[in-house]
Design a protein around this ligand. Structure first.
Ligand SMILES: C[S@@+](CC[C@H](N)C(=O)[O-])C[C@H]1O[C@@H](n2cnc3c(N)ncnc32)[C@H](O)[C@@H]1O
Length: 236
């Protein structure tokens, strides 16, 4: 199928936070019917067991342009092309969506469950009481760090923060925040590999995090709670 404009159609499916049981029914249906499915390798690992006869096109940061180009070429020939993204597509997935948008007509965006929603479920915090900041992007993040420090000082909301593997990880971020004048006694949590094998929770103060020697996973979320929270269980 090709759109009237000749721009190839593509569907984007957000696959959830890692546990394939958290993929939506619509996402699953689109994937089962797909001819060509592209995504980063870790994302494809989640969906591969659910696919029909689709051709899998794993991509890396280096070759993503070429892989997407190949997929839209196949869509032009009439094959259904699906691009998968991790978690939800409106949470820190802007760069991939922009890459798809510039070469194809996105016919459907299938949202997913974000890792930040899972972090909210684990900590009992509500999105409406929270502020979300991502450092997981290529652009300059100085403004984001300043904003983070500003809101931590203001202390009116929970803050959900995505680090940037591996140059801006919890210990380095915490040390930087202490330098910016945030109290080292500030409580915080770090979640790793939410919903996946090896899910972990770390709890402590900003100072303890700054001194931590733990090698945090690339799937890591930091939470700075505002007031008391009710932390609950992990993956089953
Ligand atoms: C490029 S962002 C994409 C986020 C994704 N769109 C989402 O909604 O979860 C990737 C970052 O999300 C966070 N993340 C994603 N899945 C996670 C998980 N299962 N556990 C902890 N953090 C996760 C990590 O900070 C990771 O570096």
């Amino acid at each position: 199928m090709s759109s009237d404009s000749g721009i190839p159609p593509v569907t984007v499916v957000a696959v959830g936070p890692g546990d394939s049981r958290l993929l939506t029914l619509r996402g699953r249906q689109v994937l089962e019917e797909a001819d060509v499915v592209a995504g980063f390798k870790t994302v494809l690992d989640v969906v591969a067991p659910l696919l029909g006869n689709a051709e899998l096109c794993p991509m890396s940061y280096r070759d993503q342009e070429e892989v997407l180009e190949y997929g839209v070429g196949e869509a032009r020939k009439g094959r259904s092309f699906v691009v998968c993204c991790w978690g939800d597509l409106n949470v820190s997935a802007r760069e991939l969506l922009a890459r798809v948008r510039k070469r194809a007509d996105i016919v459907e965006l299938v949202p997913g469950i974000s890792s930040i929603q899972v972090a909210c479920a684990r900590t009992g915090i509500f999105m409406e009481d929270s502020l979300f900041i991502t450092l997981h992007k290529r652009q300059e993040i100085d403004d984001d760090l300043t904003e983070l420090a500003y809101y931590l000082k203001e202390d009116r909301r929970h803050i959900i923060l995505l680090p940037r593997p591996y140059d801006l990880m919890p210990a380095g971020i915490a040390a930087h925040l202490v330098e910016l004048g945030i109290s080292g006694d500030r409580p915080m949590l770090v979640y790793q590999r939410l919903t996946l094998e090896g899910e972990k929770r770390w709890e402590g103060t900003l100072k303890q995090c700054a001194e931590s020697k733990e090698e945090f996973s690339d799937l890591t979320i930091m939470i700075f709670p505002h007031g008391e929270i009710e932390v609950s269980g992990q993956r089953e």
